[in-house]
Design a protein around this ligand. Sequence first.
Ligand code: ADP
Ligand code: MG
Length: 123
Amino acid sequence: MGDMLGEGAFRRVYAHAMDPELVVKVEAGARCFQNIIEWSVWQEATDNLRRWLAPCVAISPQGSVLFQRRCEPLRVSELPGRVPSILTDLKISNWGLFQGRPVCLDYGFIPLQTWRLVKESWP
Ligand SMILES: Nc1ncnc2c1ncn2[C@@H]1O[C@H](COP(=O)(O)OP(=O)(O)O)[C@@H](O)[C@H]1O
Ligand SMILES: [Mg+2]
């Protein structure tokens, strides 16, 4: 791993030692599963959601190490006016620029806030 680029509540993030286009996100504590959630969200996201997310590239078998495309820091004036409603941990340290676009680089926490009861006609 290369230099440490940042740190959040759950992960330490390092530059990839050999590939300048990647970062290595290492889960600090046990049973947080931020890497696994982030990887799963990326895998399941449609293209119009993916354009708001830092792309995930690979994950270790047990999920404690996630490889993601490296983003550049952005300024407040570069934050988007509208964001997908599933992204709720909104602070500038969770956003970056990827290929010139603002993307969320911390989407390992997706709250189950939008559910409601619907009528079911059982088969
Ligand atoms: N893809 C990335 N490219 C560049 N820096 C990143 C990337 N992902 C995270 N970082 C840096 O690492 C910090 C912590 O990462 P983050 O995903 O927010 O972890 P946590 O889930 O612990 O909050 C970020 O605030 C940012 O500075
Ligand atoms: Mg964060």
